[in-house]
Write a protein that binds this ligand. Structure first.
Ligand SMILES: N[C@@H](CCC(=O)N[C@@H](CS)C(=O)NCC(=O)O)C(=O)O
Length: 206
């Protein structure tokens, strides 16, 4: 394990910020949490933009390194800790594929649908498009998890951590578990992993 302390800048309602928090918990790696109030626009403050020019959470600092983009952060931490990165070259390739898929399909389909359902502001065409993407993402997860206990293979990896970030928020986006038994069983399997903790516990609001 590495020596400098990890610091996570995030928000308890952010599925993207939950991913590194959950990985730290699963790996029993201590980290300091700093709340960024994205609702109040703190992610666009000049001091935060110096940390992450993309103006988003999560950000993780590790010594003098600043890490952004949740999937890239997961890969960094998995490499650093030597866990959850995939057992061999084939699994590590599957992990990379699912990490990109998560940002391409699951996050917009479930995460953005959840966001617009909560705060409004999406025209009907956009919301419908995002909902269709969410349906597709959950169907693809169901198909994969019907064939394999975890996304990259028999054991959990950062691909599962990434997909759990928004997968577990499906209900807040208006999707249910009907007809998705493999997905439901996988959610339970992830929740049963040693060290698992919910987002609100790992990223407490003051
Ligand atoms: N691709 C980024 C997405 C991060 C992201 O969308 N973060 C949201 C919270 S979940 C955010 O900071 N939104 C505020 C904003 O974009 O102004 C990642 O994987 O880290």
């Amino acid at each position: 394990m590495s020596s400098p302390p990890y610091v996570l800048f995030g928000h308890p309602r952010s599925g993207n910020a939950y991913k590194p928090a959950l990985l730290f918990a699963l790996c029993d790696v201590p980290f300091e949490f700093r709340l960024v109030d994205v609702g109040a626009g703190e992610q666009r403050a000049p001091e935060f933009l110096r940390l992450n020019p993309f103006g988003q959470v999560p950000v993780v600092t590790h010594g003098d390194r600043t890490l952004v983009q949740s999937g890239a952060i997961l890969q960094y931490v998995a490499d650093d800790v030597g866990r959850f990165g995939g057992a061999d070259a084939d699994e590590r390739q599957r992990v990379r594929e699912w990490l990109l898929w998560e940002q391409d399909t699951l996050f917009p389909g479930v995460g953005r649908t959840r966001f617009f359902r909560r705060v409004g502001g999406a025209g009907p065409g956009l919301l419908e498009w995002l909902e269709q993407l969410g349906e597709r993402a959950l169907a693809q997860l169901e198909a994969r998890l019907d064939a394999s206990p975890f996304l990259a293979g028999p054991d959990p990896t950062i691909a599962d951590v990434a997909a759990f970030g928004y997968g577990h928020l499906h209900a807040e986006a208006g999707f249910d578990l009907d007809g998705r038994p493999a997905f439901a069983a996988w959610l339970d399997r992830v929740r049963a992993l040693p060290g698992f903790a919910p987002a609100a516990e790992l990223m407490p609001a003051p």
